[in-house]
Design a binder for this molecule. Structure first.
Ligand code: SAH
Length: 225
């Protein structure tokens, strides 16, 4: 069996050929972050299959092509402040951190990723994984209802929501910077969902739909009950 590193290279090459990966920063980040370190023991062998995998409490870690699509749409740049709702295993937050705070950039130029998770066991799992992989200086994990955003750290250049919402939570819209972008799946529970890119222009919000997807439900005040 190939090493994790060579399987990671193979997956990234496949995602490039399939057209999911274009930006060099996103490609570099996916080549750098060890997905196997964010996968529960017993499933690590599947770390480089392009499929979602179970994490804990019925939750999942998104398929690599979905991580790629969302990072490409977000148009992440070094120095940006990012909010992720649905930290899960911490993998997607680490990929974002590799783009907004790359290791080869001096620390004063780094951005930061704030990630919220509602399930305690995943808050612990994500925090542990990020620390083990050396991302705890660029990603901060919070426990709570991410549909409320994270007012004390707002406004954000970018917001990504990795669970499907019935509608775009208003607090997240309000915590987006002018010119900021949000990517969020909106739709029914485990059924028809659409990946939406929202761009803020002062008090106007422009929505573009990027097609079907399936995410676990976003629960909370502005999510599902
Ligand atoms: N991005 C994650 C995968 C996310 S799966 C990764 O890279 O591993 C979606 C996550 O959203 C689940 O862990 C779920 O518990 C969480 N979630 C659902 N509703 C939430 C809410 N209101 N606030 C914070 N997290 C929530």
């Amino acid at each position: 069996m190939d090493s994790f590193a060579s399987r990671r290279n193979g997956l990234v090459e496949n995602l490039r050929q399939a057209g999911f990966l274009k930006k060099k920063e996103v490609i570099a980040a996916l080549l750098k972050v060890p997905r196997e370190e964010f996968i529960p023991i017993g499933l690590k062998d599947s770390a480089y299959a392009d499929s979602p995998l179970p994490s804990f409490d019925g939750q999942t870690i998104s398929a690599p092509h979905m991580v790629a699509i969302m990072c490409e749409l977000l148009d992440l740049k070094p120095g940006q402040i990012v909010l992720e709702v649905g930290a899960g295993t911490g993998y997607h937050a680490a990929v974002c951190a590799e783009i907004v705070a790359p290791s080869n950039l001096p620390e004063p130029l780094w951005g930061h990723v704030f990630a919220i998770e509602r399930i305690s066991s995943l808050v612990e799992f994500a925090s542990h994984n990020l620390q083990e992989c050396g991302y705890d200086n660029r990603v901060s994990i919070f426990k709570g209802d991410g549909t409320m955003g994270l007012k004390e750290r707002s406004p954000f250049d970018r917001i990504l929501v990795t669970a499907a919402a019935p509608r775009i939570p208003p607090p997240l819209m309000m915590q987006l910077k002018d010119g900021g972008k949000m990517v969020i799946p909106v739709g029914e529970v485990f059924s028809v969902q659409n990946l939406i890119l929202l761009v803020r222009n002062s008090e106007e919000f422009k929505e573009t739909a990027y097609g079907g997807c399936v995410f676990v439900p976003l629960y909370g005040k502005y999510g599902w009950d």
